[in-house]
Design a protein around this ligand. Sequence first.
Ligand code: PMP
Length: 427
Amino acid sequence: PYDGPSADELLEKRHRHLNPCMAYFYKNPLFLVDGKMQYLFDEKGRRYLDAFGGIATVSCGHCHPQVLDAIFNQAKRLQHTTALYLNRPSVDFAEALASKCPGDLNVVFFTNSGTEANELALMIARLYTGFHDIISLRNGYHGNAGATMTATGQRNYKYNVVQTGIHHALNPDPYRGIFGTNGPKYAKDVDEIITYGTCGRVAGFIAEAIQGVGGIYELAPGYLSAVYASVRKAGGLCIADEVQSGFARTGGHFWGFESQGVVPDIITMAKGIGNGLPLGAVVTTSEIAKVMTCHGYLNTFGGNPVSTAGGLAVLKVIENEKLQQNAFTVGMYLKNQLLALKEKHDIIGDVRGRGFLLGVELVTDRDLKNPATRETLHVMEEMKDMGVLVGKGGLHGNIFRISPPLCFTREDADFLVCTMDHIMSKM
Ligand code: PMP
């Protein structure tokens, strides 16, 4: 049992000392003290089914025993050295990661977050090509430092960053986009940007296969292959931001970009690769990686033995427990249940995504597609009271984000859908 300070006491302290820009989900912020697989527990011991997984971060399950063992065992032996000495976990994990990447993507740079991974990837693309311009997508999210905040295509996450060399292309959004599900038509916008907005040569292109923070928008089919061809013709590198869509989450494939049939030049990852540990990575080819040898790239904690021992354990658990398969079958089942719910409730405008990266968009009118922001908050709050946690996102905060730990079961899916159904039926 928990016997520390109350939620009110902590909140009061938080107001005084923690950054003021953080908005919590829920009217009374949820105070979580324990986690076990797909469940979270508050200070009173109340259990919640976690269908958000700390923003698609918890892959194996909260406090998975094998991952914990790997972390503890390594921490007891050696917690930190520096990348200037050899350590075994970072080498073993790099080898294992490379084996999960297609083609000759087999050189790994470890970082501590998705932001760091994307910053490094963008810098590598600029160094390697000698060009500066980067194309990213409207509504994408790539991080909160200089280059990544610039690449992010949503006002909600931008401060007064100096935006140089970034062009935001039309989002190939099958739900609201002007070309519907026709990926190649949206891709023409990238051609136009290259032609009219740059010298005709670019450093690269970065996109998520399924936009997470933006509200689970899956890129229209055929989009990435057309864009990758244009970008490569203009001398640029193609970067796949797999921070949310990677690591088995989409079920059918290990990486999100695979559903578009492309192979990127650089893959960036974080969140799910550490199951909650601060861990990120950039994977690229040895030829591209070589550009980094012109100087020293130092990252004090990147590749530290504790995080990489944890990362290796995560990968083993995903394989041993067939979690990608589970994300595929249970994810499909859950999506079908949600699609059935859409038939019943007009407020559901769209159900989308793959595996355990699903979105449910609420609208006040199905034709006009006006965001039902207030109603989303209401449903989310009531679901929490009934013991189910879902995320929300999108520019207007009207899209449920369902990205549970990959051990989520059919029964969990049923419980989530029943809860949502019950609340919507009362509205
Ligand atoms: N890329 C994507 C697709 C993300 O969702 C996020 C985080 N929400 C990031 C990058 C940045 O990762 P981090 O918060 O670990 O810096």
